[in-house]
Design a protein around this ligand. Structure first.
Ligand code: ANZ
Ligand code: ZN
Length: 822
């Protein structure tokens, strides 16, 4: 047939690509690739009934890039898989009331069918599903490698706890201090959990960012998350309590003089430290608290413990706190200053204690004002001096005042001098502090890989021997988190009771599973080696293909997933297991799609069902439309009816190719062709897909201007340009142009001649009823419609037309537009 029937063509080529293995790699081919290009996109959570249009949007943009690179002569490996373990999938199973072992494979199958229909260049022979034992065996192996390297440790840590659901909540599940699921106020609890010591890599994770070709926003997000602060750690001796009478025997023990360590970025302001604050959980609180204050302190600590972690970390809430009844000595002034506890100081940052400088720190100012604590100026900005009153914290630059030996120094010199001085007294040293925390790996949930650890009464913590991996996640009917508050696996004695591999005695398995982010922190290493039963990743293949050349994914994963992947890669590198320390050479985040200007949601009934669009218009048109609605890295608005433009373009291209003749290429068309190739090439490199599409549309208009017969040499390169966007149609046209081998294995990306790509202008004469009314430059080869529009826009021409109708246009290419009015 000669008209465009996308459904037929798409079915035909998807089947052929499968049969011929057009996109699949054999192990031998992977081992010997000469120009390998690893094109990765973030794999989806199969935690819905079907693919979301947002998934398709993301994958299409990434697929286009891979296909573009392939046509440019790279050997492209483009895998996909499923991030199928974890809270997203488990919560979906809970909501549906279907066991995840039944539901998730069903979702995966459905996602797979849908993905195939969109025509992505996936190598389906190298896919991963994180829930299969053949995958999570190696996730557990990675845990063990980190454990052996001393990078995994078990310690107590605070978690969000819902006392009604009796479960640990992720920070995202705490909404306004309440449980997202039941509305009960969330509390904080301490649980013993496994951590990966990512903080040991903080400096490198930060420095390496400079070397990566990542979008600035993503790099910034990582920088902020790692949060490097330069400052000092200083010691404030605890003041001896005045012993009122002999009954206070215990107070005398204070004589051993413990110190409070604080982290400060402003050691220069030490003379202004008028009080101190400890986090309510700080281990010194008990010791410092006086008998008189004990009750108030305990009450306050209970109140803070009942606050969830999210609310706790907010910096803008009103300040609360209590005095411990104890004092410390400011080592700079020698004066005693009161020690308070307050929830604005967090236990997990710095040392969990601060010297408070209300004159120059906003939070301290607010606190001191609320509790009538002294505020002293120690920095004078321009036009200020030692006595200028403070109505708010002064945080700007200036000269130190009221600061004894530091007086007169600038802030920067003051920092150095104060640190050196305190170091001399044995009370301080320089310190770099990071906001980054160690990574909590434990999840008190069911749907994940069991952490491969055993506890033996004799031997303590025993890692599961590697040859006993995988530790299979058992099928249990009661996978729901319940009132016991511990992991569902902890309800199954028959599972967790085992024998110790070291001493043969009784042992207990770890019943927590690992975080989904661990599954996805190494999947890119597995893809090229998928199916290998001996090793997680083949050395030779990994050397050839990694690091990943291009990675595309959502901004929601710009911080944690990328950071965890970088950490695991760096750790494996240091163990000598891989020869690179950064996994993703280039990363770009795609934008988001909205529907008719708003968010998509089931309740609004405006969810786009991609399958319906593909059935009606074809995958090629859907792909083209998605890429046309806005800059790929910003996203766009999916409008009902918007898809017809891209469909019409493809149909017109179809007709143009099938009606093309072996004619000499018109000079104007030729210029436009070179300009278009140049533009599309540059735009694709920059993921600027919408502008590339616009350029192709414009080019086709020039080729068909005035209904002219298209030259074969004009449309054949366009087939290749459009191929990354509309791979099925391009392949079909390629065949119809007489090629016997697949476009994807034989075609090259069209080149251009830079000198020809420059737009050439010619002078047009514009007439109204045969009389010359204007002369204007226009692009050589300009189409009639465009030339006419330009002519009509001219003021003088307008004057001669007035409100008369243009009945006819006479057009001479590159020369003349005559508007016949009357
Ligand atoms: C005295 C001081 C004076 C401070 C001043 C600031 C300004 P960044 O930049 O985020 O690292 N701080 C230290 N540990 C804290 C904790 N656990 N909870 C809450 N606040 C803490 O911030 C470092 C500053 O935050 C430190 O420097 C400390 O206050 C506070 F004019 O010390 B500063
Ligand atoms: Zn043992």
């Amino acid at each position: 047939t000669n008209s465009y029937h996308p459904a037929e063509i798409e079915r035909k080529w998807q089947a052929r690509w499968d049969e011929r293995g057009t996109n699949a790699w054999t192990d031998e081919a992977l081992r010997s690739a000469e120009r390998p290009f690893y094109n990765l996109m973030m794999f989806p959570y199969p935690s819905a009934e079907g693919l979301h249009v947002g998934n398709i949007y993301a994958f299409t943009g990434a697929d286009i890039f891979g296909r573009f690179k392939r046509l440019q002569g790279h050997q492209v490996f483009e895998p996909i898989g499923f991030d199928a373990f974890g809270i997203h999938s488990e919560n979906f199973a809970l909501k549906q009331g279907i066991h995840p072992t039944e539901l998730i494979p069903r979702n995966v199958a459905r996602f797979t069918t849908q993905l195939r229909r969109v025509g992505f260049m996936y190598d389906w022979s190298h896919t991963v599903d994180t829930t299969t034992p053949d995958y999570y065996r190696w996730t557990q192996w990675i845990f063990l490698q980190l454990y052996k390297a001393g990078l995994a440790e078990k310690k107590e840590a605070p978690v969000n706890w819902c006392p009604s659901c009796n479960t640990v909540l992720a920070n995202e599940q705490v909404v306004g201090g309440e449980c997202e699921r039941c509305g009960t106020p969330v509390e904080m609890r301490f649980l013993s959990q496994w951590f990966f010591k990512i903080t040991q890599f903080a400096g490198r994770l930060l420095e390496n960012l400079e070397t990566l070709d990542w979008s600035d926003t993503t790099r910034k997000a990582q920088q902020n998350w790692i949060g490097r602060s330069e400052g000092a750690e200083l010691s404030f001796p605890i003041a001896r309590r005045k012993v009122a009478d002999d009954r206070h025997e215990s107070a005398k023990i204070e004589a051993e003089k413990p110190v409070i360590r604080v982290f400060t970025t402003r050691p220069d302001t030490i003379f202004g430290a008028t009080y101190m604050v400890l986090a309510p959980e700080h281990p010194l609180v008990d010791r410092i608290t006086s008998d008189e204050q004990r009750e108030a302190v305990d009450a306050y600590r209970r109140q803070v413990a009942a606050t969830d972690l999210v609310t706790r970390r907010k910096t803008d809430k009103t300040k609360s706190g209590v005095w411990t009844g104890g004092n410390a000595v400011n080592p700079a002034t020698g004066q005693e200053i009161p020690v308070w506890i307050a929830d604005y100081v967090l236990m997990e940052y710095g040392t969990g204690a601060i010297m408070a400088v209300p004159g120059h720190d906003e939070r301290d100012f607010e606190f001191a004002t609320a509790f009538h604590l002294p505020i002293v100026r120690v920095v004078a900005g321009e036009g200020q001096d030692a006595d200028t009153p403070l109505d708010e914290a002064y945080t700007g630059p200036g000269v130190l005042v009221n600061s004894g030996r530091l007086d007169g120094m600038g802030v920067i010199d003051g920092k150095r001098a104060a640190t050196a001085w305190l170091a001399e007294m044995g009370l301080g040293e320089q310190r770099i502090n990071y906001r980054l925390h160690d990574w909590t790996i434990s999840r008190q949930r069911y749907w994940g890989p069991p952490i491969p650890i055993l506890y033996c009464d004799e031997c303590g913590i025993v890692p599961v021997p590697e040859d006993q991996l995988p530790v299979i996640l058992p099928f249990i009917e009661d996978f729901k988190p319940d009132a016991s508050g511990v992991s569902p696996l902890a309800r199954h004695e028959e599972w967790y009771r085992t024998t110790c591999p070291t001493c043969g005695g009784a042992a207990r398995r770890e019943t927590d599973v690992s975080d989904t982010f661990l599954d996805s922190a190494w999947y890119f290493l597995r893809y090229p080696s998928a199916g290998d039963e001996q090793v997680p990743f083949d050395q030779e293949i990994t050397k050839r293909w990694l690091p990943v050349d291009s990675y595309i994914g959502g901004n929601e994963h710009a911080v944690l997933h990328l950071l965890y992947s970088r950490f695991v890669t760096m750790a494996l590198h240091d163990m000598g297991l891989i020869d690179f320390e950064e996994p993703f050479t280039r990363f770009r985040a795609h934008g988001l799609i909205v529907k008719d200007g708003g968010k998509m949601s089931k309740s609004k009934g405006n969810v786009i069902v991609p399958d319906d669009y593909i059935a009606e218009w074809g995958a090629d048109t859907m792909r083209l439309y998605l890429m046309f609605i806005g800059p790929y890295q910003e996203g766009g608005d999916f409008r009902e009816g918007g898809i017809t433009g891209p469909y019409n373009f493809l149909s017109r291209l179809w007709d143009s190719v099938l009606s093309a003749r072996e004619l000499a290429l018109d000079a104007g068309v030729e210029q436009k062709l070179h300009a278009t190739i140049k533009k599309v090439t540059e735009d694709l490199e920059a993921l600027s897909y919408n502008t590339a599409i616009a350029a192709m549309m414009e080019y086709l208009n020039v080729v068909r201007a005035g209904g002219r017969t298209p030259e074969r040499a004009a449309v054949e390169p366009l087939v290749r340009l459009v191929a990354p966007f509309a791979p099925h149609m391009a392949e079909e046209l390629w065949e119809r142009l007489g090629n016997t081998e697949s476009l994807w294995t034989s075609a090259k990306w069209p080149g251009y001649d830079a000198s020809k790509a420059v737009a050439d202008t010619v002078e047009f004469v514009v007439q109204v009823n045969g009389k010359v009314r204007a002369r204007m430059p226009m692009a050589r080869g300009i189409a009639e419609a465009e030339a006419r529009e330009a002519a009509l826009a001219d003021e003088n021409v307008q004057k001669w037309i007035e409100d008369k109708q243009v009945r006819k246009t006479i057009f001479v290419a590159d020369r003349l537009v005559n508007l016949v009015v009357g």
